[in-house]
Ligand binder design. Sequence first.
Ligand code: CO8
Length: 256
Amino acid sequence: MYNNIKIQLLDQTALLEIDRPKFLNALSRETLEEIEHAFQHDLLQNTAIRGVIITGAGEKAFVAGADIKEFENYSSEEGMALAKWGHGVMNRIYEFPKPVIAAINGYALGGGLELALACHIRIASDNAKVGLPEVSLGLIPGYGGTQRLADLAGRGKALEMIMSGEMIDAQDAQQWGLVNHVVSSDELISKSTDLLKKMYSKSSHAIAAAIKAINAGLDKQKDGYESEIAAFGDSFGTPDFREGVDAFLAKRKPNF
Ligand code: CO8
């Protein structure tokens, strides 16, 4: 049914694996559509599923970002439309009434880190590397990253990560408040399922209510999210975007 994701049931937990290892699980439009569909239908409606783990196929990456090859020729309007839709998908996960854990098994970059930030909890393997490198492409994060990173790590750390475009390792990510736990690769899924199992012994109604209440407290009328969408769209009209993406595709350093 899906071409880019796989869903496997581990008792009451759905393990959603993003399955494009050849492209480091980059989020193509079709991949994001499939994630959206899964959260709208299977994962939501199947009452046997009480929690979800999102992870990446292969040993190298959780998700290395949005698929750069797909948006290399986007106009500002197309960029803004994609960000608006992407925000909707991320919000669906952020507000999902069952617990969602990102099991970060390698690179979580750009849209990949934004996907992890939209989950309720993040657990990283000790080889994980996370970052928001969009400025290297002449862009800014476009799937909620400017807001959710600042929520978790604070303004100073968020600005450092976004303005430098540098990645940090799993230990620093834990210190910065981005990830809850760091474990070995072998333990990543078992640590995530163990944490979910503790939640399954509690009231699922109360858990859904807690997610809603915590999110409501952080909702700043969504103004920041709107300005991210507008600024993200504007970036597509700049020469820096052309240079950044051309450089990535030509495997050279950009010259801004
Ligand atoms: N998109 C498309 N393809 C990718 C991506 C990506 N984000 N990341 C990696 N790939 C592909 C590579 O092009 C390569 O394919 P090929 O073999 O055909 O050339 C394959 O995956 C393997 O990658 P590398 O050979 O580069 O592997 P390395 O181990 O040398 O490097 C890195 C790993 C450091 C992760 C490197 O691949 C990299 O820097 N990737 C790009 C990371 C990045 O910039 N991510 C941010 C993208 S922008 C974004 O996410 C914006 C989100 C906001 C919403 C977007 C809406 C439009």
